[in-house]
Ligand binder design. Structure first.
Ligand SMILES: N[C@@H](CCC[C@H](N)C(=O)O)C(=O)O
Length: 275
């Protein structure tokens, strides 16, 4: 089985080309591929499949994905399925271009949250139209040493974005955040963010299904939305441990801009998938 490896601001992915939907991608195989010691290592897997070969019904509300030739089948490192991945879409787009599957510089990518339009910028950055960002009310999480309060936000996938009053480096994210299952029936990605200057945030994240990662595109958008006063547009630079992305919030929704690179390609030995 062929694979590629890529990352967006160090949110890293194992990319599996599967145009005709022939792979049997079980949770155990995803976990083996993402294992950083015994596997290739990654925060998740991006299966590159033609939408017509996806092999599963699209969730209600994601029908727009049917208009896209390619579908990003996203799996977290623990094997769980996720609706959306903002850095993943950008890396997925980079892979489609680098591997010659697409030549255009603007196209749609299907996801379980619906179609997402990507644009390759002149400097190589990739911008994603992130679709609706929906505020769902307040929420809280118990971290290793703090209780944090913030906004529940859907960016296609669930988030709790929490403003903190000190540098995010001081927050202990070593333990899985405890969440109220009534408020978060599907779990959530938990972001802590701190405003460090005009229009600049720093953020860290504990991702559902992956643990602390060095970046999370949907989380960056959730933090930017939580930091923005109601009914206002804004442009934020968001610094994460793996780099920086820009979020533009306006009447049309949210756009996420940042780098996306492919760093390796190779062959997965069958022993990794059969263990
Ligand atoms: N890293 C991603 C988000 C991946 C999915 C997330 N862990 C979930 O389960 O919702 C991003 O860049 O958005």
């Amino acid at each position: 089985m062929r694979f590629a490896k890529g990352h967006g601001t160090e949110n890293d992915f194992v990319i599996l080309p599967d145009p005709d939907g022939a792979l049997d991608l079980t949770p155990a195989r995803v976990a083996a591929l993402c294992d950083r010691r015994a596997g290739i290592g990654g925060d998740g897997v991006l299966r590159v499949v033609r939408t017509k070969a996806l092999g599963e019904p699209l969730p209600e509300g994601a029908a727009t994905a049917e208009s896209c030739e390619w579908f990003m089948d996203y799996r977290n490192a623990d094997g769980s399925v996720a609706e959306m991945c903002g850095n993943g879409v950008r890396v997925f787009a980079r892979y489609l271009i680098d591997s010659g599957h697409l030549a255009e510089h603007a196209f749609g990518v299907g996801t379980r949250a619906g179609a997402r339009r990507v644009t390759v910028e002149d400097d190589g950055d990739i911008t994603v139209d992130m679709g609706p960002v929906t505020a769902l009310g307040e929420g809280s999480a118990v971290l290793a040493r703090d209780v944090v309060h913030g906004r529940r936000i859907s960016v296609g996938n669930p988030h709790l974005a929490c403003r903190v009053d000190r540098p995010v480096a001081e927050i202990d994210l070593t333990a899985q955040p405890e969440l109220d299952p009534a408020a978060f029936p599907d779990g959530a990605n938990v972001e802590v963010f701190h405003e460090v200057g005009p229009d600049v945030l720093e953020m860290r994240v504990y991702e559902r299904g992956a643990g602390e990662t060095r970046s999370c595109g949907t989380g960056i958008v959730a933090a930017a939305a939580a930091a923005t006063p109601e009914e206002r547009g804004a442009t934020w630079r968001v610094r994460v441990p793996g780099g920086e992305c820009t979020v533009i919030l306006d009447a049309e929704g949210a756009r996420l801009r940042g780098p996306a690179v492919i760093v390796a390609e190779g062959e997965v030995r069958s022993a990794l998938l059969s263990g």
